[in-house]
Design a binder for this molecule. Structure first.
Ligand code: SAM
Length: 285
């Protein structure tokens, strides 16, 4: 890769300086707050220099790098700008007003990346012994989904499978809640019928969680096969068509008056229990 710095890029006209909210590229980036624009362009926004660097390191394609004038000259920003141009992306040096507008924040991060969305096809997911996946039935809340992706990453899960109509994993709110893990955890989207077919062929054990589950989640042997933890929708819980696919229906015993746990909390408990059995979590870490 040819190494340029942003000063050189500016001289060769590859860094565009933008201060106007009426700039068409700025308008396109702003539109990425809407799902329709994200779907059409198959791109999304991620905020923060570290996160953008990590994403590029992990092989994600950056389409546009946006940075604040105040970040000009910082070596890491210059390097990211050079890498963006080298991979065919665009670099914008903008006013804070523009950054606030694209991120919809009063105190925006200095650096924002527009990345290509990426989903893994379900047929390519072949769970191996020792692996754990999370499958989410119609997850609705962006904060829950982001937290689950982050927790799946931290627990060493191999992927998150979105079943049915779900909130968009690439929305600003979800990406923020993942704290960068959206770039580390493979995401799959599917429907109930394809999930059921895949389950039959995958060789995985589906542990579904249900308030009326017959088994205490601590009594399950998670080592027998690769595990798919299947979690129900926030309002409706798991529908029968999915619950009957489960090899075990697990319940997390509760005390007190709460009738259920928050979906992301329940997923975290299940993930760390399953991973604990697989002894992949370093007790000294
Ligand atoms: N009203 C819903 C119901 O009746 O199932 C509550 C859904 S709960 C907020 C969302 C999901 O988190 C559930 O479908 C289940 O997957 C999981 N969950 C929450 N608390 C649980 C518990 N105590 N045991 C097992 N799963 C639980």
């Amino acid at each position: 890769m040819t190494e340029f710095n942003a000063g050189q890029l500016r001289r060769v006209g590859q860094v565009k300086e933008v201060t106007s909210l009426a700039n068409p590229i700025v308008k396109d980036i702003k539109a990425l707050a809407q799902k329709k624009a994200r779907d059409e362009s198959r791109s999304f926004i991620a905020e923060g220099l570290k996160l953008v660097i990590d994403a590029i390191e992990l092989g994600w394609t950056i389409r546009i790098l946006v940075y604040a004038k105040a970040a000009k000259g910082k070596p890491q920003v210059e390097q990211v700008a050079a890498r963006t141009v080298a991979s065919g992306g665009l670099v914008l040096e903008v006013s804070e007003k523009v950054l606030s507008a694209v991120t919809r924040r009063d105190n925006p991060q200095m650096v924002v990346g527009v990345f290509e969305q990426r989903y893994s096809p379900l047929r390519e997911i072949r769970p191996k012994p020792g692996e754990t996946y999370v499958a989410l039935d119609r997850v609705r809340d962006p904060g829950n989904l982001g937290t689950i992706i982050r927790t799946a990453d931290a627990a060493g899960a191999s992927g998150v499978i979105l079943v049915g109509e779900t909130t968009d994993p690439f929305s600003l709110e979800t990406v923020r809640a993942t704290m960068g893990s959206v770039f580390a955890v493979p995401l799959v989207r599917t429907n109930v019928a394809d999930f059921v077919r895949w389950k039959a062929e995958s060789g995985a054990m589906v542990v579904a969680t249900h308030l009326a589950g017959a088994v205490d989640y601590r009594a399950i042997d998670y080592r027998r096969k690769p595990v798919v933890l299947l979690m129900g929708n926030e309002q409706a819980g798991l529908p029968d068509e999915l619950a009957r696919e489960a090899d075990a229906l697990a319940r997390i015993p509760q005390a007190g008056r709460a009738d259920s746990l928050n979906l992301a909390i329940a997923t975290g408990i299940m993930l760390f229990e399953a991973r604990r059995h697989l002894l992949t979590l370093d007790a000294d870490a």
